[in-house]
Design a protein around this ligand. Sequence first.
Ligand SMILES: [Fe+2]
Ligand SMILES: [Fe+2]
Length: 167
Amino acid sequence: MESGKDSLWKAKYLLDIDDIDKQHQQYFSICSKIASLCDLARAGKKITIGQLLISIFELRSYAFKHFITEEALLAKYNYPKAFAHIELHDLYLEKIRSYTKQIKAHHKKTKVSADHDFVREAEKISKFAIGWWSKHILEDDKEYAEFIEKVGREQARDERHFGVKEE
Ligand SMILES: [Fe+2]
Ligand SMILES: [Fe+2]
């Protein structure tokens, strides 16, 4: 049994934007928590549905928090692909919505303890989330981070230039 899943987050996800990196890291710890609870349930420990649902709901609610931060950043820097990026976030939320519906169906059938089917559904949603965040950060978020870095470098250069011109 492997219950410590802190390693789900990897250094390669760093974008060098503090607030965003912290939120991405937090997201993986939500996924780690679900994975650990599922491992414990599979090992025969009594895990309640409530324990799992706290983190499962966070896969949705924490995404809102993160998307607010990230999308404000894209708008601030007038990122050319901002609208396409926002659409990717919407697709994630739609997918989470359909997984949540499946979990809701199991929730009706299950009692207080998470049974085998409930654990399987929880694992499905958490695996989807891990895969989605990993790919999205490495491909799409990295792209805007590079753009912002470039704009920041140009601004800093202009400011230095402006500084030289001043008496
Ligand atoms: Fe994003
Ligand atoms: Fe992100």
